[in-house]
Design a protein around this ligand. Structure first.
Ligand code: SAM
Length: 319
């Protein structure tokens, strides 16, 4: 699979420039408060444009991702399921006959996997190229899935309120959204009374870490709590043939555990379960990680500290 980077969607920070690091100190080095203010202004504008920046970034990953994501296996075996969904299955349970929506569905491999398990699926994503690829793949494989192009925050307007038995999302999802409380309100509105949220995503602690250093010490480089965002540039993506992406800029957001739990509670959802896992489906820390388990996920190799790499959160809208 070749996934690498702390988030499914960006790679190690050695290839990444953060505007906060690059622009502001450079301006101060030149001895000018005015320059620093201008740099901060540039940074704020970049964050305000996060939708346009991230949409262009994800559109440009699609041609590369269409050379990966185990698509040959999806085509060769009508029962094949993505590794992401196979990991979730023991917790997800039987979804046959249920109506589900996959938020931030990208090219639709997890959405199709849930349809193969018997759910009636809708998928939503910001990126037109992702939605076009998801529609084409679902049609080719014979799955009738509704795919809509929309920002997550517009999901209720696009899909309707109270329509779904479950909302499924994760593995590189929350890190693209600036406000986790707003996200949780959207999830709550999409669900019918008694419906449930299922999310497994990268752990916010993992998202704070820099690339491994030569001395093996894991260093905290990025915010743990929700901030106005961090701006990155990354020439290559985590999946596919390794070709460079056309739009390498992106804006990333972290959300602490308590912020997520509080968001779910404030949206009126009841927490049903919260687990931390020692693995993720992509390699987030290069040489510090090893393959693990039947699904070939990644965890810290022996000798490195054991840390949470991902989490599963389940919640329910009261019936
Ligand atoms: C790493 S993928 C997650 C999907 C799934 N785990 C996968 O790997 O196929 C991230 C997806 O989030 C989408 N995305 C980013 N920001 C979004 C937003 N504000 N609203 C809807 N989708 C968004 C991107 O277009 C991309 O397709």
């Amino acid at each position: 699979m070749g996934r690498a980077g702390k988030v499914a969607g960006y790679r190690g920070s050695h290839n990444i420039s953060s505007d906060a690091e690059r622009l502001i100190p450079a301006a101060f080095e030149r001895g000018s408060i005015l320059n620093a203010r201008r740099a901060r202004g540039t940074l704020r504008r970049a964050m305000a444009d996060y939708i346009a920046i991230n949409r262009a970034n994800w559109d440009s990953r699609v041609p590369v991702h269409l050379t990966g994501y185990e698509l040959a296996r999806f085509r060769g075996d009508p029962a094949f399921l993505s590794g992401v969904v196979r990991f979730d299955l023991p917790r997800l349970g039987d979804v046959r006959g249920q109506r589900g929506v996959h938020l931030q569905c990208h090219i639709g491999t997890d959405t199709i996997s849930l349809a193969r398990l018997g759910a009636t699926m809708s998928g939503l994503d910001l990126s037109p190229a992702s939605i076009a690829a998801a529609r084409a793949l679902a049609a080719e494989l014979g799955h009738g899935i509704e795919f809509v192009e929309r920002d997550v925050y517009g999901a209720v307007e696009a899909l309707g309120a109270g329509r779904f038995d479950f909302v499924y999302t994760g593995i590189g999802a929350l890190c693209w959204l600036p406000d986790v409380r707003r996200w949780a309100r959207v999830v709550a509105q999409l669900l019918r009374p008694g419906g449930r949220l299922f999310i497994r995503d990268g752990h916010p602690f993992l998202h704070t870490l820099s690339d491994p250093r030569p001395d093996g010490v894991l260093a905290v480089q990025f915010p743990y709590f929700e901030t106005e965002g961090t701006h990155y540039r990354e020439e290559r993506t985590y999946e596919g043939d390794g070709a460079p992406v056309g739009s390498p800029e992106m804006v990333f957001f972290n959300h602490g555990i308590a912020e997520m739990l509080d968001a779910v509670r404030a949206a009126g959802l009841e927490l049903q379960g919260f687990e931390e896992h020692e693995s993720v489906p992509w390699n987030p820390l290069g040489e510090a990680c090893e393959r693990f388990g039947e699904l070939g996920e990644w965890r810290m190799r022996p000798g490195m500290p054991r840390i949470p790499m991902s989490f599963t959160l389940q919640a329910r809208r009261p019936g």
